[in-house]
Design a protein around this ligand. Sequence first.
Ligand SMILES: [Zn+2]
Length: 252
Amino acid sequence: MNVTAKLLALFNVEKQIRGLKGRLTAAERFLAEQDKQLGLIDAQKAAVDQQVKQLTVAQRNSEAEAQKHSTRMATIKTQMESTTKSKDYTALLTEHNTIKLEKDKFETQALETMTKIEELNKQVAEFANKRAEREKVRGVALADRDAKAKEIEGRLAELTAERNNAKTGVAAEALSTFEKLLAVRGEEAMAPIEELDRKHYEFTCGSCQRTLTMDGVNALLSTGRLTRCTNCGCILYVEKELAESMAPAGKK
Ligand SMILES: [Zn+2]
């Protein structure tokens, strides 16, 4: 077998492996997406938890301030009861009313903060629901991934062995070129040459349709040396039918 024929055999195995892994890859991607979604829910919940923590501290502070003002008001009230001078009484009353306004402000703050905390706690509960639902989906995704992996396990082992066999005897440089192309172009790593016009000896690259040089086509037909499309870079090969129909012409 010439190098192109060897690479084509390897390419065919690679394509089968890709086809087989395709379904598993989709299942793996779906599973990874579920993990990502779970992570997102956890991050959102953590942010809300943090807010609740901060607001709880703020609410306690407001309550403590309101309490402090209440105590102060009670003290002033006692003083008012024992005072005899009208002027002192008026001053104490003014102070009492000023402190009451402050106290009311803190009480309102505490209430408003409490309302916010309650709203956020509802969100936290929703996150728990969302998480539970997402975990169900993840469970299905995991089972599906495992089933698909199991399904292809045997055939994949066979194909991997075939691939190793196909690689033996391929020149290192040609193999490296092929593997790089496979990584970048996937199933377009190799392409058949296509006959455009036999009479005028016109052939094109099966991948990008660029017209090929006569030298390239001749080399492929005669020696099967590694030939790449000058436009897209894929490794070219000649399909069996075309090679057979060309054989007499090649012998002339
Ligand atoms: Zn091409």
